[in-house]
Design a protein around this ligand. Structure first.
Ligand code: PMP
Ligand code: GLU
Length: 402
C-alpha cells in the first residue's frame, strides 16, 4: 500500500502534554480520582472584564474575518505593551502579527526562518512542541542539553559547539518550561552576541513573562544587537488564564514579519474577531489579576519546592519563573522518568510529566505543574512523600517483597 502519511509527520510522536491531558480525562471518566500536576494550564478563571468584552463583541457583530495581521486597536495595544513592559519598540502596522495562540505564532516563526535541511538550536530541556514544529518544516532541531549544576544556563562554549553552516536560528524560552530558568543580562547578551556574529535569527518565547518570582524578565529584542534579528513570541494563555481562547502574537523586524504574515494568511487567515476583542480588554484593562495569580503561584511554588526537597531521593531547584517544578529523580532508584511517572500514577494517584518529554537532558527528571489549586498541590506532594517512604520501608524489610 502506498504511504499515506507525509514523511515530515510520520516520524513525529504526538504531544506528550496532550497525551497526558487525554489520559487524565479518560481515567477521570472511569471514576478514578487523580491529583493532576501534569498539564501547564492556569486553574484560574479568565478575569471577568475580559470575558465580558468578548461576549459584548459577539453581540456587537465581531463575528467575521479581521485583517490577517489583527485588529488595529489590538496591534496598537501590543505595541504599547512591548514598549512599556519589554523596552521593545515596534511599529504596530508593520512589525506584529496576531495569531490564534502562541503555539501558532511559534509555528509561523519557525516556518518564517527554516527551510528543509536548515538547523535551529534549541537549548533543552525544552517545551515539547519546538522540536516537532521544526521537523514539520523539514528542518533539524539541534538540541543543546543544559546542565542543572549551573541552573540550566547557556554558555558561549556550549552554543559554539552546536553551530553549523546550516544553522539559521536559536530558540530561547524565558521563563523556561520546564526548568523555570530565566535569562539574566549576561546570558541574554551572550545569546545576542552569538546570533549577531553568525547572522542568526533569535526566536524568543516569552509566554511565561508575567509569571516571574522576583528576577526581572529580559526580552532579548530589547538588546540593541538583537533588536533587528529577534522574533518575540507572546500570548494571553498564561498571563491572563486564557488557554482556551487561543490568542498570541509575533513581533519583530519588518522583513521577517512580512513573511510571517504571508504564512498566517495562508494557514489560519486571522485570529477570531471577538477573541481579539478579549485580548484588547486584557492588555488595556486592570492588570491586578496578573499580580493575584502570580502571588498564588508563588505560594504554591514554595510548597512544592520545599515539600519535594524534604523527600529523601528528590532534589528540586527553585524555579525563577513559570509554574513548574523540575525535580531530579535520579536519587530515587525507581527507574527512568517514564517509569517514575507511571509509578506515581499507580502508587500515589498523582499525574506528572516525565522529563524525557522535554528532550535531551530531561531524563532523570519529572515536571510537576503547580498551576493547580494549593490544596491539590499540597496533597500531591504529601502523597508522593508517602508513596516513596512506603516503598523504601518495604525495600528495607527483607520479609516483604516489593
Ligand atoms: N510556549 C511554551 C513554553 C508553552 O509552555 C506554551 C503552553 N502551551 C506555549 C508556548 C503555547 O501557549 P498557547 O496556549 O498560547 O498556545
Ligand atoms: N504548555 C503546557 C504544558 O507544557 C500546555 C500543553 C501544551 O500546549 O503542550 O503543559
Amino acid at each position: 500500500m502506498p504511504k499515506r502519511i507525509s514523511p515530515l509527520l510520520a516520524e513525529i510522536a504526538p504531544s506528550a502534554t496532550y497525551a497526558l491531558f487525554d489520559m487524565v480525562q479518560s481515567l477521570r471518566a472511569r471514576g478514578i480520582s487523580l491529583l493532576d500536576l501534569g498539564g501547564g494550564e492556569p486553574d484560574f478563571a479568565t478575569p471577568a472584564h475580559i470575558s465580558t468584552a468578548a461576549s459584548t463583541a459577539i453581540d456587537d457583530g465581531w463575528t467575521h474575518y479581521t485583517p490577517s495581521r489583527g485588529i488595529p486597536a489590538l496591534l496598537d495595544a501590543i505595541a504599547g505593551k512591548l514598549a512599556l513592559d519589554n523596552h521593545v519598540v515596534i511599529d504596530p502596522q508593520t512589525q506584529v502579527v496576531v495569531t490564534p495562540s502562541a503555539k501558532h505564532a511559534l509555528f509561523v516563526a519557525l516556518m518564517t526562518v527554516l527551510g528543509p535541511g536548515d538547523e535551529v538550536i534549541i537549548p533543552t530541556p525544552s517545551w515539547v512542541s519546538y522540536k516537532a514544529m521544526a521537523q514539520m518544516m523539514g528542518a533539524q532541531a539541534v538540541e543543546l542539553p543544559l546542565d542543572a549544576s549551573n541552573g540550566f544556563a547557556l554558555t558561549a562554549a556550549a552554543l559554539a559547539q552546536k553551530l553549523s553552516p546550516r544553522t539559521r536560528a536559536i530558540l530561547i524560552n524565558s521563563p523556561n518550561n520546564p526548568t523555570g530558568h530565566m535569562l539574566d543580562e549576561h546570558e541574554a547578551a551572550l545569546i545576542a552576541d552569538f546570533a549577531e556574529q553568525h547572522g542568526l535569527v533569535i526566536i524568543a518565547d516569552e509566554i511565561y513573562e508575567k509569571i516571574a518570582y522576583g528576577k526581572p524578565h529580559i526580552s532579548i529584542a530589547s538588546l540593541p544587537k538583537a533588536s533587528d534579528r529577534t522574533l518575540t513570541i507572546n500570548g494571553f494563555s498564561k498571563a491572563y488564564a486564557m488557554t482556551g481562547w487561543r490568542l498570541g502574537y509575533i513581533a519583530g523586524p519588518r522583513d521577517l514579519i512580512d513573511a510571517a504574515l504571508t504564512a498566517t494568511q495562508h494557514t489560519v487567515g486571522c485570529a477570531g474577531a471577538f477573541i481579539q476583542q478579549g485580548g484588547l480588554a486584557a492588555l488595556t484593562g486592570d492588570q491586578a489579576p496578573i499580580t493575584a495569580m502570580r502571588e498564588a503561584y508563588d505560594l504554591r511554588r514554595k510548597r512544592v519546592v520545599d515539600g519535594l526537597n524534604a523527600i529523601d531521593g528528590l532534589r528540586c531547584i527553585d524555579p525563577d519563573g513559570a509554574f513548574y517544578a523540575f525535580a531530579d529523580i535520579s536519587g530515587l532508584g525507581l527507574g527512568s522518568s517514564a517509569e517514575v511517572t507511571q509509578w506515581l500514577l499507580r502508587e500515589a494517584g498523582v499525574v506528572v510529566t516525565p522529563g524525557s518529554a522535554f528532550g535531551a537532558g530531561g531524563e532523570g527528571y519529572i515536571r510537576l505543574s503547580f498551576a493547580t489549586s494549593t490544596d491539590v498541590v499540597t496533597a500531591a506532594v504529601e502523597r508522593i512523600r508517602t508513596a516513596i517512604a512506603d516503598t523504601k520501608a518495604r525495600r528495607s524489610n527483607p520479609l516483604v517483597t516489593v
